[in-house]
Design a protein around this ligand. Sequence first.
Ligand SMILES: *Cc1c(COP(=O)(O)O)cnc(C)c1O
Length: 393
Amino acid sequence: MSNATEVLHSIPFDPLTGAISVPIYQTSTFVQDAPGENKGYDYARTGNPTRSALEQLIAKLENGSTGIAFGSGLAAIDAVVKLLSSGDEILAVDDIYGGAFRLFTHVYEKLGIKVNYTDTTRIENVVDAITPATKLIWIETPTNPTLKISDIKAIAAIAKANNCLLCVDNTFASPILQQPLELGADLVVHSATKYLGGHSDSIAGLVVAKEQVIGDKIKFIQNASGAILSPFDSWLIIRGIETLPLRIKQHCANAQAIAEFLIEQPEVESVYYPGLVSHFNHEIAKKQSKGFGGIISFSLKEDTIEAAKTFVTSTQYFKLAESLGGVKSLLCHPATMTHKSTPADVRQAAGVRDGLIRLSVGIEEVEDLIQDLKQALEKVALSQKSKVQVAAV
Ligand SMILES: *Cc1c(COP(=O)(O)O)cnc(C)c1O
């Protein structure tokens, strides 16, 4: 489901009072008529009506059987990994979100779950890297920060043939643009902190399972481990989703115009955006998603931390901050921010050069955003020029 009418009218009004906004059930427990006789809820870790409304909504958006809402995107990822047992292996995209890498490496490897990484943008790599112990394939598409695209349908077929699950982190695309379960994936996770919430005001995570049996297992894990989303944050994410189709439209239009502007600029070396025909796997992106999203990365010709710092401190509308997917534009410098703890050689091999900048394009007027980037690029050019002059003196 990606249609604004459908999204808005999938959010139920309160049957008890008619309240058009889903009520926030700020309660820990529910009064029972007799032991075990209740109105569908007994304790709010196990279930809460506000959270249930969000869970049903995301299940619908992703065309899955079950939605489960967590206290963060990482808690959602953690619950999926808990489907595995010691001795099982995960095959993951090499350009994976840093927090997922940290969780896999520093929490799960010592519990006996091995993780192999490969560049999943080439299907033959997935075939080569899979082992008899692989129980879960983990991909993000597009990836962060270099916007790599993997073929969900082709990877789903490999997963099926090898009797393992495919989970897609769909945070960057959102269900408006891409529905991995429709393409054969078994599970989808979201950092709802990003586009679903959309206003940079909440931390939340979601899992959607295609099959009920797997959804029930995740629900069991959530109730056993306890990483639930609060009623208020559930309400914030529902409210965010109401404008998701509209926002995504604007994010995509703005990002496309900005990517096309950036490739023309003399200070820019390369632009990573799946909506550019020059993007490796642009055709796959076009085939499996309805749009190319709001995230762009680009590298400066002057490939230094200094030049990147000049750029990221010169913009007015693009605010320097981690995170993405909000209505206001943000930018970040992966080499010194999100990828700070990655060794320099590993980082550079993954395409995260010193001069790489990531934009989360907001929903402002695109002319204002382009002007903002233009004047920041001019500052980079100017500081370059003055450095050359000093050297000449
Ligand atoms: C932010 C992010 C996460 C983690 O989500 P949190 O809500 O910050 O825990 C996972 N995957 C991707 C792709 C992200 O961008």
